[in-house]
Design a protein around this ligand. Structure first.
Ligand code: HEC
Length: 154
């Protein structure tokens, strides 16, 4: 009886320690949490926010804000493949992502290239004043990926 109780207690302590480790692992390491759907969604939503900021900056003729927004999009684009690499089709992610990961990666890279181009134009004062045209240059690459790899709204 004593032995069983002792083991039970040890088991509880070990379980609690593991739970703590997992909790800290998730909070402390972006590699762990980056694979989860919540982070994918947060990154995509931040892309949407940065696109809005970009449009607003172009409309206001604020080249440095436009450059910053495009740089943020580029940075997030570079993180996309890592967020999807664990291979879990969930929410709106289609299984084709993982059967065509090279193409998925290329599409994320196309977004990065488009955002880098806009940032460079902003830095060179060549952005123009039409928000739709500027945002559209990047938006086309968002759509190219969504068309193939994003499922319908759930
Ligand atoms: C390389 C592919 C790829 C690129 C590029 C991409 N996305 Fe996505 N996006 C996805 C996938 C896949 C999902 C679905 C994720 C999920 O549900 O797990 C998604 C989801 C989203 C969502 C969330 C929709 C929802 O269900 O809540 C938004 C918003 C979004 N993307 C915006 C953008 C914007 C804006 C851009 C461009 C600046 C962009 N995405 C570029 C693949 C991409």
């Amino acid at each position: 009886m004593f032995t069983i109780r002792k083991y039970t207690k040890l088991g509880l302590i070990a379980g609690a320690a593991l739970a703590l480790a997992v909790a800290f692992g998730t909070v402390g390491s972006s590699n762990v949490s980056a694979d989860d759907h919540g982070d994918r969604n947060a990154a995509m939503k931040s892309l949407g926010g940065a696109m809005k900021a970009l449009g607003g900056a172009v409309a206001a003729g604020n080249a440095s804000a436009a450059q910053a927004a495009a740089a943020k999009i580029s940075e997030t684009a570079a993180e996309i493949p890592g967020m999807f690499k664990d291979g879990k089709a969930a929410h709106r992610s289609k299984p084709e992502i993982w059967t065509n990961f090279g193409d998925f990666y290329a599409k994320a890279n196309n977004l990065k290239i488009a955002a880098d181009g806009v940032a460079a134009d902003a830095a060179a004062g060549k952005l123009g004043s039409d928000p739709k045209a500027v945002v559209g240059k990047i938006g086309a690459t968002c759509g190219a990926c969504h068309k193939v790899y994003r499922g319908p709204k759930v």
